[in-house]
Design a protein. Structure first.
Length: 292
């Protein structure tokens, strides 16, 4: 089954995601990057997610997204995260293996699973900044060796997605041939796609209508994400689409109601639009809804 992993930064985003997941009766992965942890503080994030666990009887996992080093992964493991990602993709193959193995050994000793990354995705998101020239597809043979040597539980691969709102300059294209070869060599390892937000056109248009300046933003079409799931992808990360939803809703309030200065008056529609976006992903893209 394919699951969505949704990035969180504050209370409204957490509420929107878990409200949507509960209404669709879907398991959900909430993930926080190191930048989100610095912004919201780890204890605040934990307590807000614990509140959602008390409110809803659905499986909710808490995941570290793009852990930059061993220390950050250790902090999250010790803080009760369900899983952590160590991103050693910026290093050489051998350095990535050594770092990932170190994280795996510590996390597994505490009963926490580990996601790793092999290959470099272009784009900018939080602390991740990779130029097009430095982007690199995942080598299937290296992927097999990497998983065998590190013992990681899941692997994020590079097949043409990228971080941020500008994923493609021309037509969207993913290397499904690489994905298929990776799955042939790693049939039992869950595969992850980062940088795979749809960059929903309606949200981009809404942002621009109310004063934003993000022309030409383009993401991964829903049909490509569905094809990826049929070819063995188990987890797809969603961040940009949530940012667009929040920004669009807030900009609309500020434009339509310039007298508004009560945060509750503009954060409520932002929460509602994020919720609608997550429900669409769960039901129409990921197929993880178990709604009767």
């Amino acid at each position: 089954m394919l699951f969505g992993a949704f990035n969180v930064n504050n209370m409204e985003i957490i509420q929107a995601i878990t409200d949507a997941a509960n209404e669709e009766n879907s398991p959900v992965i909430l993930q926080a990057s190191s930048s989100a942890i610095k912004y919201a503080r780890i204890n605040y994030l934990k307590k807000m997610i614990e509140a959602s666990l008390e409110e809803y009887d659905i499986p909710i996992a808490l995941h570290l997204d793009h852990g930059p080093d061993f220390e950050t992964c250790k902090m999250c493991v010790d803080s009760g995260f369900s899983s952590v990602m160590i991103d050693g993709s910026k290093y050489s193959f051998e350095e990535n293996v050594a770092l990932t193995k170190k994280v795996v050994e510590y996390a597994h000793s505490k009963g926490v699973v580990v996601e790793a990354e092999l290959g470099k995705l272009a784009g900018v998101e939080d602390d991740v900044n990779v130029s097009d020239a430095d982007a690199m597809y995942t080598n299937p043979d290296e992927a097999k060796e990497f998983v065998e040597r590190t013992g990681c539980d899941s692997l994020a691969i590079a097949i043409g997605t990228s971080h941020g709102a500008y994923k493609f300059k021309g037509d969207a294209k993913l290397r499904f041939d690489i994905l298929q070869k990776v799955k042939e060599k790693l049939p039992h390892t869950p595969i992850v796609l980062h940088g795979a937000s749809t960059v929903i056109p309606e949200l981009v248009d809404m942002c621009n209508k109310y004063g934003a300046n993000i022309p030409g933003a383009k993401g991964v079409p829903d049909e490509m994400l569905h094809e990826a799931s049929l070819n063995g992808v188990s987890k797809i990360n969603v961040d940009t689409d949530l940012r667009l939803a929040m920004t669009a809703a807030i900009r609309k309030v500020f434009t339509d109601e310039p007298e508004t200065f009560d945060p509750r008056k503009y954060m409520l529609p932002a929460r509602d639009l994020i919720k609608q976006t997550v429900k669409h992903k769960i039901k129409d893209v990921f197929g993880s809804s178990n709604k009767a």
